[in-house]
Ligand binder design. Structure first.
Ligand code: FAD
Ligand code: UDP
Length: 398
């Protein structure tokens, strides 16, 4: 006999926040099934063979403007103050321009998001300053502008700036990341990294930013550590669930409590309407026998190289470890559906959204089933957005 009265599939942000609330604030006996051998979903971190704290599924930096989310997570972790900064590393393609920043071996560097200081590297000190003033005049009372908006500007000098930024920041990086140009992908995606009309060189501008002091995994472990939560790791929920005629069965018995599913929507229904397209990533981890590798947490290779970016974890985590550092290169490609491939990014476009809507309509036939999270909702959510959605869903359920 099943003694649980809430079932959660997946122990990432969506699952862990929901589980804690249903157990603690709802008095529910919650079962969490997680396919992987660990909690935390894609935010999972761990020590590598060299003893360096790494993010197994890509670099995760916490940032939010949502006070409720920040306060909720702060119950389970203290924070290291950290503001992520990114620079572009690209070939110096115009020998006549002397960039304001440093150059090495024919390469140049500037802050990303592209800002007024990046302008001086791109166009040289004097011209960069002049064009910066021109850009400010062209976009009054704005603190940022998206590259796609900037490209619409009819002024030839503004158009030249837009062309530069498009060519040196966006088009090649976006082709590597998505296999498509900035015009072909969802405009909200490039809007995540606008052109900044200031010297602010932080990647994010949110009110609350930081890294869990001991790492993400201990934060998740604390969140899930409650007498009314049972977590079963290494368990594929789909092997234990049956969905038919509006009813859900767990291990062959009817389950009437809330079921929060945070995995792929297409997989839940046996890919009935066809697979939802995703991008996956291959990560190249390297541990080097040196204190540090690069000046910033992440360096974006915006023009060349097969990878999009290199992250050096010690910058993010603040770990002191002389004589060793671990870096990670990210290579993006289309998901093929091969065994073990991880779907990281939903490819948001009208056709894929329509396919997703078919799965969402099927899910809606199960009154106690809730699709929640980056995979289940087929959306491009940051961690805080998912935590916020889990708080809102559990508000409704409680
Ligand atoms: P997930 O973390 O994917 O968790 C879903 C869980 O469900 C997984 O553990 C999975 O194993 C499990 N599951 C799936 N199917 C089953 C099943 N059948 N049975 C049992 N378990 C199942 N956000 C930020 O805010 N800042 C960042 O810097 C940032 N960087 C990122 C970098 C990369 C490379 C990527 C890909 C994402 C990044 N994100 C970042 C986004 C962040 O990863 C997500 O917002 C967050 O992980 C979503 O949480 P989730 O619970 O929805 O999904
Ligand atoms: N982007 C780009 N060049 C950059 C950084 C970002 O072209 O140097 C574009 C690219 O299309 C990318 C999107 O902006 O997918 C969003 O970038 P973000 O860093 O937010 O991506 P994430 O960290 O979510 O992978």
């Amino acid at each position: 006999m099943n003694h649980h009265d809430a079932l959660i599939i997946g122990a990432g942000y969506a699952g862990a926040v929901s589980a804690r609330r249903l157990a603690e604030d709802g008095g529910r006996n919650v079962l969490v099934l997680e396919r992987r051998g660990h909690v935390g979903g894609n935010a999972y971190d761990c020590l590598d063979d060299a003893g360096i704290l790494i993010h197994q599924y890509g670099p995760h930096i916490f940032h939010t403007n949502d006070r409720r989310v920040f306060d909720y997570l702060s119950r389970f972790t203290r924070w290291r103050r950290y503001q992520h900064k990114v620079i572009a590393n690209l070939p110096r393609d115009n020998p006549e321009v002397v960039p304001a920043g440093k150059t090495t071996d024919g390469r140049m560097f500037f802050p990303v998001p592209f800002n007024l200081d990046s302008m001086k590297s791109a166009f040289g000190m004097k011209e960069g300053e002049r064009l910066g003033r021109k850009l400010l005049d062209a976009c009054p009372a704005q603190s940022e502008v998206t590259i796609l908006e900037l490209r619409q500007n009819p002024d030839p000098e503004i158009a030249a700036i837009a062309d530069y930024v498009y060519e040196h920041v966006f088009v090649h990086y976006t082709m590597k990341q998505w296999g498509q140009t900035p015009e072909e992908i969802d405009p909200n995606t490039t809007a995540r990294v606008p052109v900044r009309l200031s010297q602010d060189d932080r990647y994010f501008q949110d009110a609350y930013q930081g890294m869990p002091l001991e790492g993400y995994t201990p934060m998740f472990e604390k969140m899930l550590d409650h007498p009314s939560i049972t977590v079963e790791l290494g368990t594929d929920a789909l092997k234990r669930l049956e969905l038919a005629d509006g009813g859900i069965k767990l291990d062959g018995e009817a389950f009437d409590g809330p079921v929060i599913y945070t995995g792929q929507a297409d997989e839940l229904f046996g890919f009935r309407f066809g697979p939802l397209p995703y991008r996956t990533l291959d990560f190249g981890f390297e541990t080097l026998p040196q204190d540090a590798f690069q000046t910033h947490g992440t360096v974006n290779y915006t023009v060349d190289q097969p990878y999009t970016r290199i992250t050096e974890f010690k910058h993010l985590t603040g770990q002191e470890k002389p004589g060793a550092t671990t870096i990670m290169k990210e290579y993006s490609r289309a998901c093929t559906g091969a065994e073990g491939e991880i779907p990281y990014y939903a490819i948001i476009n009208p056709e894929n959204n329509a396919l997703y809507a078919q799965y969402a309509a099927l899910a809606a036939q199960y009154p106690n089933l809730h699709l929640l999270g980056r995979l289940a909702e087929y959306k491009y959510y940051n961690m805080d957005a998912i935590a916020g959605k889990a708080l809102a869903l559990t508000d409704d359920l409680l």
